[in-house]
Design a protein around this ligand. Structure first.
Ligand code: NAP
Ligand code: 12T
Length: 340
C-alpha cells in the first residue's frame, strides 16, 4: 500500500454496516488521514470509537465533503441519491452500499475478486457501487465456474439474516425471541410478520411481476458483474431468523460438464473462497461459522442429475462483512493503490 494518507468519510457511520466499516478500516489499517463520521441529525454529537479514540458524529449535509478523498456510503438509497453527487463535486470518490446507483451504466458495480478491473471506470460519476449482499457472495463461486465453462442458467434461493435490514431488525429478532420464549406475544415493526421462529419469502418490496426488488437485484446485478446480459438467473429471496450470515442454495447450469472434483479445484483456487465440504464429518458452511469472517464458504457441491451439465451448491458469507463493509473497503484499497 502507498504511503499517502487519505481523508475518509463514513456516511451512515452509526448503522449496522457503518460500524462494521470502521472495524474493517481499522483491522486492515487503511491509510486514513482525517476520518469524518456522518449520520442523521439524531446522532450528531454522539461519539464512536476508532482505533481506541473517540470520534464525534456530524450531521450529513451538502457541505460535509470538503477535503474528503473517499466517501463510504451506507445510509440508505435516498441519502446516496441525494448526497453522492455533492460528495463527487467536492472531489471525493463515493463507494456506495445502497441500490441507488448499481445499475447506472456509468457506475462500475464491483466485487474485487470477480471484476476488480472495472474500478478503473470510476471517473465518470466518481461513484463505485457495492453490489447487494446476496449477489456478492454468489458471484464468487459463479465466476470460478464461468471462467471454466460459460454459465447458462442459475436458480438461487436465499436464506437471509436479519442484519441485512439494519440495526432495528437485529433488535426485533432478539426482542421477539425473548418475548415468545417467555410466553408473551411478540410485536413486529420492521417486518410485516413475526420473524422469530418463522421464514418470510419477502425481502424488499414486491413488483407487479410478483418478484421482489431483492430478487431482481440478484438477477440484474449478477448479469452486470459477470458481463453477460444473456445469463439466465431466477431467484427467491427469503428472510430467516438468523442474526448474521446469508446462506444460498444455488443451482448452476453450464455449457460444458463440470465434475464435482473440478468444481472443488476451481473454488479452492479462487481468492477468498473456501471449500467446506466434508459431509462424512457433517462439515458444510453455516452462518454461525461465517459470522465475523471475510471469506465466502461453499459446500454441498454435487451434481444435479435432473439436468445435463448442472451443479448444486450451498454458499454462505457474513452479509455485513463480505456482503457490505469488507467489499467496500477492498474497493477503496484498490482505488487508492491503482487509480488515485
Ligand atoms: P441501519 O443500521 O438502519 O443504519 C442506517 C444508517 O443510516 C445510520 O447510520 C443512520 O443514522 C443513517 N441515516 C438514516 N437516515 C439518515 C439521514 N436522513 N441522514 C443521514 N444519515 C441517515 O442500516 P444498515 O444496515 O447499516 O444499512 C444502511 C445502508 O446500507 C442501506 O442503504 C442498505 O441498503 C445498505 N446495505 C447494503 C448491503 C449490501 O447488500 N451491500 C447490506 C446491508 C445494508 P442515524 O443513526 O443517525 O439514524
Ligand atoms: N432490503 O443493499 O433487507 O439493496 O436485507 C440489502 C439488504 C436491501 C440493498 C435487506 C435490502 C439491500 C436488504
Amino acid at each position: 500500500m502507498s504511503e499517502k494518507q487519505w481523508n475518509v468519510a463514513v456516511v451512515g457511520a452509526t448503522g449496522a454496516v457503518g460500524k462494521e466499516m470502521l472495524e474493517v478500516l481499522a483491522e486492515r489499517d487503511f491509510p486514513i488521514g482525517e476520518l469524518r463520521l456522518l449520520a442523521s441529525a439524531r446522532s450528531a454529537g454522539d461519539f464512536l470509537e476508532f482505533k481506541g479514540e473517540s470520534v464525534v458524529v456530524q450531521e450529513l449535509t451538502d457541505d460535509s465533503f470538503e477535503g474528503i478523498d473517499i466517501a463510504l456510503f451506507s445510509a440508505g438509497g435516498e441519502r446516496s441519491k441525494a448526497y453522492c453527487p455533492a460528495a463527487a463535486a467536492a472531489g471525493a470518490v463515493c463507494i456506495d452500499n445502497s441500490s441507488a446507483w448499481r445499475m447506472d451504466p456509468e457506475v462500475p458495480l464491483v466485487v474485487p475478486e470477480v471484476n476488480g478491473d472495472d474500478i478503473a471506470r470510476y471517473a465518470g460519476k466518481r461513484i463505485i457501487a457495492n453490489p447487494n449482499c446476496s449477489t456478492i457472495q454468489m458471484v464468487l463461486p459463479l465466476k470460478a465456474l464461468h471462467d471454466f465453462s460459460r454459465i447458462k442458467r442459475v436458480v438461487v434461493s436465499t436464506y437471509q439474516s436479519v442484519s441485512g435490514s439494519g440495526q432495528k431488525a437485529i433488535d426485533e429478532l432478539r426482542i421477539q425471541s425473548g418475548e415468545l420464549l417467555n410466553g408473551r406475544p411478540a410485536d413486529h415493526k420492521v417486518y410485516p410478520h413475526q420473524i422469530a421462529f418463522n421464514c418470510l419469502p419477502h425481502i424488499d418490496s414486491f413488483l407487479d411481476s410478483g418478484y421482489t426488488k431483492e430478487e431482481m437485484k440478484m438477477i440484474n446485478e449478477t448479469r452486470k458483474i459477470l458481463g453477460d446480459r444473456n445469463l439466465r438467473v431466477t431467484a427467491t429471496t427469503v428472510r430467516v431468523p438468523v442474526f448474521y450470515g446469508h446462506s444460498e442454495s444455488v443451482n448452476v447450469e453450464t455449457e460444458e460438464k463440470i465434475t464435482v472434483e473440478k468444481a472443488r479445484e476451481l473454488f479452492a483456487a479462487f481468492p477468498n473462497l473456501e471449500v467446506v465440504d466434508d459431509v462424512a464429518h457433517n462439515c458444510y458452511p453455516m452462518p454461525i461459522d461465517a459470522a465475523g469472517h471475510d471469506m465466502t464458504y461453499v459446500g454441498r457441491i454435487r451434481e444435479d442429475d435432473s439436468a445435463d451439465n448442472a451443479l448444486n451448491l450451498w454458499v454462505v458469507a457474513d452479509n455485513i462483512r463480505k456482503g457490505a463493509a469488507t467489499n467496500a473497503v477492498q474497493i477503496a484499497e484498490i482505488l487508492v493503490e491503482k487509480h488515485l
